[in-house]
Ligand binder design. Structure first.
Ligand SMILES: [Zn+2]
Length: 172
């Protein structure tokens, strides 16, 4: 049963769409609903065992009062945001292509044969790369392309930041 899985799951409220995409890339089941009311977010988090991630202090405090786990995200860069979530919810700051989810719709990606994406990706990409993943829901094809360097750079910074945060806690 997915509910019993030990991997943390998240519900992210508006203003944090990019963060939701990152969590999905890292392989974490992440709901992002722009139009949900606070009570809907809190109820869903409770029912599905999700952490709330928000920049909304009122929602954060309501969640805590309701006994729902919530992480308030400070106004800072993506690497630091990810480091906070790693500290508080134990996410791993590495991308595992076998676990990664579609950043658009949260569906786990499936590795496919190279031949099957021919014509669905630019010819140059097809020639250059051998590993491809597909989202069954939206049909988007993914590969470890040039944007990978930027992703690895931010994750590297996040891991460094996590080290600093942990050190601060032990020195307290
Ligand atoms: Zn998709």
């Amino acid at each position: 049963m997915e509910f019993m899985s030990s991997e943390p799951r998240f519900i992210v409220n508006n203003m944090l769409g990019t963060l939701a995409r990152w969590l999905r890339m890292l392989g974490y089941d992440t709901v992002y609903d722009r139009d949900a009311e606070d009570w809907e977010i809190i109820r869903r988090a409770e029912l599905e065992g999700r952490y709330i991630i928000t920049r909304d202090r009122a929602l954060h405090h309501k969640a805590i009062r309701s006994g729902v786990r919530s992480i308030y995200i400070p106004d800072t860069d993506m690497a630091t945001r990810l480091a906070y979530i790693a500290l508080l919810a134990g996410i791993k700051l590495y991308i595992d292509p076998e676990k990664t989810r579609c950043p658009e719709d949260n569906t786990p990606l499936i590795k496919v044969n190279r031949e099957s994406v021919r014509g669905k990706v630019p010819e140059a990409v097809y020639r250059l790369y051998s590993d491809f993943w597909v989202c069954k829901r939206c049909g988007k094809v993914y590969w470890v392309g040039s944007h990978w360097k930027m992703i690895e750079e931010i994750l590297g910074k996040a891991r460094e930041k996590l080290g600093e945060l942990k050190l601060k806690l032990t020195l307290r």
